[in-house]
Ligand binder design. Sequence first.
Ligand SMILES: [Zn+2]
Length: 145
Amino acid sequence: MNDYSSLLIDVEIYCKEHIIGRGIEYFNKQTVRKVEFSGHYIHANVSGSYASDYKVVIDVEDFTNSICSCPYDDYCKHIIAVIYTVQNYPQVEKEMDSEASIEQVELEELLLTQDKEYLIQLIYELVKNDDQKLQLLQKLHRNNK
Ligand SMILES: [Zn+2]
């Protein structure tokens, strides 16, 4: 999975402070929609103050190539809002990442074809040294009663 924290550093370097503030406001208002990952580009729509959405393209490898369709001719709040959104919602990427979902399907198939004893052993091995997972199992057990 990609880590977009370097983009946050680019934002600090290239964007004006008050624009960063506006971008974070936009991120908090969840104005970013339709995030798509394609190669080292992130495409997203950001709803603006007016009716139409602005289209943002972020270049993950070179932030300075990032563009937005809004009239502001510097790195704008929409670009910043998209970067904060992908950085703070890594599950967005997970859903979009087709490779990850193929692996998940394979795992499901694999588990479905195993017998119960094997699965019990597997779960036991996975949780025995992990307090957090043990607690989760106990909680599930209590909820099932
Ligand atoms: Zn913009």
